[in-house]
Design a protein around this ligand. Structure first.
Ligand SMILES: [Zn+2]
Length: 417
């Protein structure tokens, strides 16, 4: 199973072609398959398009094997990004807190179309080069369609709506449906769904309308990124009141529930949605248990998407990973946008998780969050997430390891197939 010499006629003349290899063979000190880490004696065999054919012991693999120092992994999935904010790298200072951050994003997101386009193209390239093969991307506008049309990545576009005043809910929904329609017509996305921005920016009425619009769909929401979000729902107090005041938003109709934000809004969704909760820095154990209670109405238990570098950037607070593990929560990873991250590189999120937590999380588990877990959540597991035969998951080379552990010097690069 190595090479196939071919000969044939071209332009009426007999031509000898160079041998065309049918297969590509890869090995490394360690291979993360999507399920486990194999060390030392396995060879991954793909066809020329990168489709996985087999994993065999070295002695059966023949010649022409490409060796990598370190580890090979299936391609990463970035489950939470905002490609259209790519021009905002370094624009907002660190540790402002969420309320100030949100105000600055709204005030500074407008730049020329050319700047936006070139920043998005560079971001798309960085995602590819650092091993990402697919993205769950938040969209407020149609800005990213052109880049996605020619991107080598797969995209699920979460078309995001906000509006904390009930009277504007239908108008906001109608406007964002036009954006969703543009994505659907462009053919640039494999998945499109309407999603709420965050509990502090979506009214009860808008949640109810979104519930009706998203039956059986995959949706996402920024969840409990700041304690102020819980204060708002529990007692109608905290920093978000300042935000509404600064923006001239009348919240007199909003009634506090006496509960955390998650326990207040999650019951609005009753149409078998699968819900990705993004951030979760201020999610309590009670919230976690509440979110996992079996209901007749949700298709899957909720999924927790962690973006630790963005959390450190804005609030300097990490999500409760130990609690999530204790309750067997489904975890996936994202980078958020350049507005709150220096890079869109999933390996940097993995590094932060390993370095900032005092308890040990096995590398195999974190790599699963970035690969097979996310592929399953997005419904891409027929192609992505593992080196199972028949998939075309992309290959990432991770170098600079300590055994199988990711270190601060580890680097991820896409292996071109
Ligand atoms: Zn975000």
């Amino acid at each position: 199973m190595c090479c196939c010499p071919r000969a044939g006629l071209a332009g009426g003349k007999f031509t000898i072609y160079q041998p065309i290899p049918l297969y590509r063979k890869f090995t490394a000190d360690h291979i993360f398959t999507g399920h486990q880490i194999l060390s030392g004696n396995e060879v991954l065999i793909t066809d020329q398009s990168g489709k996985v054919l087999d994993m065999v012991p070295t002695e059966l693999a023949g010649d022409g094997i490409q060796y990598f120092k370190g580890m090979l992994s299936p391609g990463f999935i970035n489950s939470h990004c905002h490609l259209e904010l790519s021009h905002m790298r370094g624009v907002i200072p660190r540790h402002t807190g969420l309320v100030e951050f949100v105000q600055q994003v709204m005030g500074k997101r407008t730049v020329s179309a050319e700047e936006r386009l070139s920043a998005m193209q560079a971001a798309d390239q960085e995602l590819y080069d650092t091993g990402t093969v697919a993205v769950g991307d938040i969209c407020n506008t149609t800005d990213s369609i052109e880049v996605k049309k020619s991107s080598a990545l797969r995209w699920h576009n979460f078309i995001e709506v906000s509006g904390f005043v009930g009277a504007v809910a239908q108008k906001r929904l109608d406007a964002i449906k036009d954006v969703a329609q543009a994505f659907l017509q462009s053919g640039s996305a494999e998945g499109v769904s309407l999603v709420p921005h965050a509990p502090y920016s979506v009214s009860e009425k808008l949640f109810q309308l979104l519930n009706e619009e998203t039956a059986h769909q995959l949706i996402s929401i920024h969840n409990q990124e700041a304690e102020a979000e819980n204060e708002l729902y529990k007692t109608k107090s905290g920093d978000f009141l300042k935000l509404y005041q600064n923006m001239g938003i009348d919240i007199s109709a909003f009634q506090p529930t006496g509960k955390s934000s998650l326990q207040s809004w999650l019951p609005y969704f009753t149409q078998h949605q699968s819900i990705i909760l993004v951030h979760n820095s201020f999610t309590s154990e009670d919230d976690l248990v509440f979110s996992q209670l079996p209901t007749a109405n949700r298709k899957l238990p909720t999924v927790f998407c962690l973006c630790p570098n963005a959390n450190l950037y804005i609030e300097n607070k990490l999500p409760p990973i130990e609690l999530l593990l204790k309750h067997d929560a489904t975890i996936i990873l994202g980078t958020d946008s350049y507005a709150s991250n220096g890079q869109l590189n999933i390996l940097e999120e993995i590094k932060t998780i390993q370095q900032e937590n005092s308890f040990n999380i096995p590398t195999v588990n974190i790599l699963q969050w970035a690969t097979l877990n996310a592929a399953t959540v997005f419904g891409w597991d027929d192609e992505l997430g593992s080196f199972d035969a028949g998939k075309r998951p992309g290959i990432v080379h991770i170098d600079g390891l300590d055994g199988v552990n990711i270190t601060k010097d580890s680097v991820a690069r896409r292996v071109t197939t």
